[in-house]
Design a protein around this ligand. Structure first.
Ligand SMILES: CC(C)(COP(=O)(O)OP(=O)(O)OC[C@H]1O[C@@H](n2cnc3c(N)ncnc32)[C@H](O)[C@@H]1OP(=O)(O)O)[C@@H](O)C(=O)NCCC(=O)NCCS
Length: 148
C-alpha cells in the first residue's frame, strides 16, 4: 500500500513543512527548525546531488527517507506523518534503502542516529537488521552491514 519514489526538486516546500513539524524537530539531530530559505535550498541541494544523497518520498503523501553517503558508509534519516506510522511503511522504506545502498551503491555500512527516547525508531531499525554500536550522550548509533 505504501511505495517509494525518488524526490524531485518540486517537493522542496512539502518537505520543509514536514521537516519543521514539532515532532520532526524533536527527533532531528539539530533539534531546531530550519529557516525556510535554507531548508528549501538544502533540499534542492540534496536532490541534485545523486552522488551524495538518495532521497525518496514515501507515497501516498506519507513521509520521506534520505541517505547521505560517502563511499563506503551512509547515514539514514526517515520521517513518517503520524497517520502512516505503525503499518510497516518505515520498515519497508529502510529495508529498500539498505538493499539499494548495498546493491547499487556498494556501501559497506549504514548508520542511523536515534535519540534514546525514540523507542519506535530504535525498534524499527532493529527489526531491519541494525545493531546498536555505540551511544553518545542521548544519541544511539545503530549500524547495518550487508550479509556476505
Ligand atoms: C520511526 C518510524 C520511521 C517507524 O516507522 P513505522 O512505519 O511507524 O514502523 P513500522 O510499522 O515499520 O514498524 C516496524 C517495527 O518497529 C517496531 N515499532 C514501530 N513503532 C513502534 C512503537 N511505537 N513502539 C514499539 N515498537 C514499534 C515494531 O517492532 C514494528 O514491528 P512489528 O510491525 O512487527 O510490530 C516512524 O514511526 C516515524 O517516522 N516516526 C517519527 C520520526 C522518527 O522518529 N524518525 C526516526 C528518526 S531517527
Amino acid at each position: 500500500m505504501y511505495s517509494l519514489r525518488r524526490a524531485l526538486t518540486g517537493d522542496g516546500e512539502w518537505w520543509m513543512d514536514l521537516r519543521n513539524r514539532t515532532d520532526a524537530i524533536a527527533v532531528s539531530g539539530s533539534q531546531e527548525a530550519l529557516p525556510r530559505e535554507y531548508a528549501v535550498d538544502k533540499f534542492i541541494d540534496m536532490v541534485r546531488k545523486p552522488g551524495e544523497f538518495v532521497f525518496w518520498i514515501i507515497e501516498p503523501d506519507a513521509g520521506w527517507i534520505v541517505m547521505e553517503y560517502h563511499d563506503p558508509w551512509g547515514t539514514i534519516s526517515i520521517y513518517l506523518k503520524p497517520y502512516a506510522r505503525g503499518q510497516g511503511a518505515g520498515a519497508m522504506a529502510i529495508k529498500q534503502m539498505c538493499k539499494y545502498a548495498a546493491g547499487e551503491l556498494g556501501l559497506e555500512k549504514i548508520w542511523a542516529n536515534v535519540r534514546e527516547e525514540n523507542i519506535s525508531s530504535s525498534s524499527v531499525f532493529t527489526k531491519c537488521g541494525f545493531v546498536l554500536s555505540s551511544t553518545n550522550k542521548s544519541l544511539w548509533n545503530f549500524t547495518w552491514e550487508p550479509k556476505e
